[in-house]
Write a protein that binds this ligand. Structure first.
Ligand code: F6P
Length: 280
């Protein structure tokens, strides 16, 4: 199978799984006993969505490894691309019925890999509609996903001029530099924060602005996972004319040391990321 066909087959597998995942959520809102490799609580829905995606993606010819935020190790499944998955990002929003999503990255390299080894990334939003944002070959497209497949809604998008922001972590734990930056942004933009990266990033992709989960005083490495969350989202932003940063450099250039490594994350319009890096 050609490498383009492998990528297309992975995107098709997510397209098929997404409506099933959304339809299955109502019966899977309880917590299970074990934590995930990052020490976070796990819902039945996390385990179940990971099972569906792992089973289908590891079968695809040209996929050599499958890694999930829910699994300790990479599942080796042959030669080819490495696929990372956050099966249900923001799953702590499920009990309260707020937005959750799926984030996926396809890396041409073994894991942990740098963001600039990504060849495609996507996220799915389980909202009033199921939608999918896919970055591939320098373009970012938005699809609406139903049981019949994915339907192109917006082609080759660019991030609009800044209008909204969402910052994670508590202000007293932010660094002095980030507090200073936040003051500037709070005067210019409108707050939109819901507590799931997919939902919050999706606001910025659609309305322009900035999403940050910064370094915190007691957690300088931030909260979000580099391989599963930060890199795939950075790849989408950079291909849609925006920018990404870990506070110092593009997330796509940052070094990758561990599979479940965390990183501060900043994603948004280029001028805002430039301003942030200057103030930090
Ligand atoms: O990594 C999990 C996650 O739920 C992200 O989706 C989200 O951006 C973040 O954690 C929310 O964290 P907090 O509850 O600290 O705002």
């Amino acid at each position: 199978m050609s490498s383009e066909k492998t990528v297309e087959t992975v995107i098709d597998a997510v397209t098929e799984a997404a409506p099933e995942i959304q339809a299955g959520l109502p019966g899977k809102r309880d917590y299970v006993e074990e934590d995930n490799p990052s020490g976070e609580d796990v819902l039945e829905a996390d385990v179940w969505a990971n099972g569906i995606l792992r089973e289908r993606i590891t079968e695809i010819e040209g996929v050599g490894g499958y890694a999930s935020e829910e699994d300790e190790e990479v599942t080796d499944c042959g030669d080819g691309y490495s696929v990372t998955v956050d099966p249900l990002d923001g799953s702590s929003n499920i009990p309260s019925n707020n937005i959750v999503g799926t984030i996926l990255g396809i890396y041409d390299g073994s894991l942990p890999a740098k963001g600039n080894e990504l060849v495609t990334s996507l996220y799915v939003v389980y909202g009033p509609l199921t939608s999918m944002v896919v970055a591939d070959d320098d373009t970012v497209d938005i699809y609406v996903v139903t049981e019949e497949g994915r339907h192109l809604a917006e082609e080759d998008i660019s991030i609009p001029d800044p209008s909204v922001y969402g910052f994670g972590g508590r202000r007293p734990k932010w660094t002095e530099g980030f507090r200073e930056f936040a003051k500037v942004i709070e005067d210019e933009l409108k707050l939109r924060y819901g507590g799931s990266m997919v939902g919050d990033v999706n606001q910025v992709i659609n309305y322009g602005g900035i999403f940050s989960y910064p370094a915190l005083s007691d957690r300088p490495e931030g909260k979000l996972r580099m391989q599963f969350e930060a890199n795939p989202m950075a790849y989408i932003f950079e291909n849609a004319g925006g920018a990404s940063s870990d506070g110092k450099q593009s997330l796509l250039d940052a070094g990758a040391e561990e599979l479940h490594q965390r990183t501060p994350v900043h994603l948004g319009n280029e001028e805002l990321i430039e301003k942030l890096e200057k103030i930090l």
